[in-house]
Design a protein around this ligand. Sequence first.
Ligand code: HEC
Length: 115
Amino acid sequence: MLLLAGGAATAQQSPGSLGPGYDPLAPSHAPAPSAPAIETSDEYGGLPVGEGVDLTYYMCGACHSIRLVTQQRVTRARWDYLLDWMVEKQGMAPLPPEDRAVVLDYLSRHFSSGS
Ligand code: HEC
């Protein structure tokens, strides 16, 4: 499966084209009355906010939609494997070990099947 939903780099839009009242820093919507425990970030494609969200968004949304990542519920061991697989078979640039650990922690924390 290959989802090509435009990378972060192409999603830019000129604020001017959205009208004079448009404030790019204004929240796009008020928080829902029953806001979920985990806050998500509009800036990072709806990813849960937390350490590693930016790194994960830019690294893992570069070739395919970040949703290909967020729809997964796999074990930490599987994420570990997938990170290597992305480098060895899909041509992802290898992450420095400390960045790789941050991304692995982030993915395991938020998109894991738990065991
Ligand atoms: C260099 C390009 C590239 C980067 C960067 C990349 N991927 Fe991928 N990824 C691919 C390609 C290509 C596929 C589709 C492979 C296929 O289905 O044949 C894929 C597929 C996937 C899949 C689906 C695997 C499955 O079981 O079908 C997941 C999950 C995934 N990537 C996670 C990630 C994560 C997490 C990152 C960031 C650490 C990442 N990718 C970064 C190229 C990339």
